[in-house]
Design a binder for this molecule. Sequence first.
Ligand code: 1PR
Length: 584
Amino acid sequence: MSLVHIIDVESGNLQSLSNAILKIDSNYQIKFIHNESEFIKYNSEIEKLIFPGVGNFGHFVHELNNRKLSKHIKEYIESGRSIMGICVGLQSFFKISEESGSQVHGLGLLDLDLFKFNPNDDIFIEKGIKKSVPHIGWNSIEDIVINGKVENEKSIHGINTQNKYYFVHSYAGIIKNSEIESKIKAYESKGWNFAIGKYGSEKFVAAISKDNLVATQFHPEKSGIVGLKIIKNFLNGEKYPEIDAKNELKKGTECTLSGLSRRIIACLDVRTNDDGDLVVTKGDQYDVREKTDSSVRNLGKPIELATKYYNQGADEIVFLNITSFRNSPIKDLPMLEVLKKSAQTIFVPLTVGGGIKDMIDPQTGNLVPAVRIADLYFKAGADKVSIGSDAVLIAEEYYRNGKKGTGKSSIETISKTFGNQAVVISVDPKRKYISDPNETTQQVIKIENPDEFGPNDEQYCYYQVTSQGGRKIHELGALELCIACEALGAGEILLNSIDFDGSNNGFNLQLLKQIKTNVGIPVIASSGAGNPKHFEDVFKQDFNIDAALGAGMFHRQEYTVNDVKKYLQDNSRMDVRLSEDIEL
Ligand code: 1PR
């Protein structure tokens, strides 16, 4: 039986990595190494070591040092045995990161530093917009440099310029200046290979390799079959395999400014029906009961549907436990089960929402902090958690507190521990028309098109946020909510619109524009998608939306995810990641 060892300093979604290895070959035996004594115990048997990490560089390095692992990992690498670093695992091979200051030192294998992506990237600023940070989504590799030569027809462990890989990070080995470029050249002449990525106009180190070491900034375990193949090549010691899965861009394809392909997300609203079964449902304006008999609309089983959408090429799957505010997820194990099972067959990012907040365990009466609940979901296989109702309460407190956080909220604690890329806020806004902007302290939108005026000819509106699945309306604007949550550490915004939900009439461009042009983190358009053209419409907007989500149109089988992508590709020459037609 072949052994794989994984360094586990409780940073990130190791469940998905284990699932990926077992998918490659179910005969692998996986052992986790948590500390020095375990490293020493297993040292002689380690042949393939995987070194994954997500979140904060400083937190990760501290954990390595506290557990006295750094020295052993360095010695292991020096001995020439095989190791694969992933995301912050790769970053820890660098010297220091802007994220954690000059006092925190990585393993320093490379005398290179990590910097934050610049939101004021010139090519964005020229268009009057900012680049979203974190860099989240599917990006390609610009150059493969082997033995100091650009060899874009070749691959490093399967990493190549033809495919797209899933990235999620704010900091990277950005090649900012000629000094860094020269250092990289010097490493190339010492046998280091590089895969160079590009986010906007910033070039960065997307992967490195030398002898038996390989490390990726992206997540191969979340990059579909092409990602799994990279892990497979590492495990099999295949350093320069042929590229077998070409995904060449069609002539004339229009790439995004960022380089990311248009990200299409399938969303599953999950709840128990009246028989107690967990079902995927979907409502109109959040009413999920059938008009005829008031039963909960049942559109299928969560794991089955999620797997179907993954196979259709979904770039990401979101599960929302829509009745979570009534059920504690500690007791509500079916949702954890859904995550666990889905993560065994789905190798793209999984987000879970519903009930992420501090709560009292009904059995013990003890407080269970939100970060612990998030941890349960991450351990089950989730990559991100989505916070809805609690985000509203947190934002209200932020403004009451003179625009300051308490340091204890779910958003702050989860992003501090797992990184802000792991924290999505799900916003459920409802439009409120007003005649005079002075009627509210929230920022308003002036409606330009008379067809869109309110029922009493109101020419202004703003979007009041709601909690508890639209049941409770708050006197807080969606924009104010998003600004507060971004300041507190949220990494992405899932922007619903109750007025448009289930309408099949297209996304709420007015609301999306207001939010997207005023925040720096990625925004996902949600609510209203009814056909592929609606995705084209939203991606065409000059406010540069980061991703678009569909629910009902996929559940009702009117279109597949691949239909949407093919439409975007064929009709408007948009760059998308098509469903994978390759064997592992
Ligand atoms: O408040 O943190 O416990 O999280 C609860 C989560 O459940 C929130 O993210 C909230 O948006 C969601 N939710 C609560 N009630 C409903 C409901 O529908 N009754 N669903 C609900 C919201 C939003 C989308 C939906 C799109 C696209 N669903 O994800 O799938 O609107 O639909 P469409 O493409 O068919 O138009 P908490």
